[in-house]
Design a protein around this ligand. Structure first.
Ligand code: IMP
Ligand code: MG
Length: 180
């Protein structure tokens, strides 16, 4: 069985805190892009929950699209990405915002941003729910950050461990022990 029950050690970020930062980000983005249209790119899978909440706080015309990328095997250190599912539409001339669940080393996002930049969007920005700045390995500018988190492995609100726990509405830290 793939799923091994782990205990939730503690809740790190509750639903109320998440709702507050999502609303704040929605207001900031709506203000910054006034008079423009937005093209949101959800980086699957982790960002699907955050993306769904965020776009409902955007008071501008916007499109949503989904992309799935993975690191080339054996190339984790460079963050070179392979596209498993590409965008449905051209982003040329559009104001693009890449939506991430969490920025950790920043390697994947760095490569994804360079790749999308070659498609000539009018602008390209990054919005993330969570940021782990202590783990950063590349100097990448993140335009909108929900919350900084400590250097701990977290799950919930879209974030997974081996594909599980994405459905938890809050963000939790799992206990180290697999035993009861
Ligand atoms: P990086 O910034 O290229 O290192 O990769 C970020 C990706 O790693 C995120 O999109 C997540 O899928 C995953 N990740 C990083 N930290 C965590 C965590 O604490 N919990 C769950 N997934 C994480
Ligand atoms: Mg993940």
């Amino acid at each position: 069985m793939a799923y091994r029950e782990k205990k939730i050690d503690h809740t790190l970020i509750d639903c109320e805190t998440i709702n507050k930062f999502v609303k704040r980000l929605g207001e900031e983005i709506t203000r910054d892009y006034r008079g423009k249209e937005l093209y949101f790119i959800c980086v699957l899978k982790g960002s699907f929950v955050f993306m769904a909440d965020l776009v409902r706080e955007i008071k501008l015309p916007c499109e949503v699209d989904f992309m799935s990328v993975s690191s080339y095997s054996g190339d984790k250190s460079t963050g070179v990405v392979k596209i498993n599912k590409d965008l449905d539409r051209s982003i040329a001339g559009k104001h693009v915002l890449i939506v991430e669940d969490i920025v950790d080393t920043g390697l994947t996002l760095n490569h994804l941003k360079s790749l999308l930049t070659t498609r000539n969007p009018a602008s390209i920005g990054i919005v993330t729910a969570f940021d782990k700045p202590m783990r950063r390995r590349v100097d990448i500018h993140v335009d909108y950050i929900g919350m900084e988190v400590p250097n701990e492995f977290i799950v919930g609100y879209g974030l997974d461990l081996d594909g599980y726990y994405r459905n938890l509405p809050e963000v939790v830290v799992l206990s180290d022990s697999d035993e009861d």
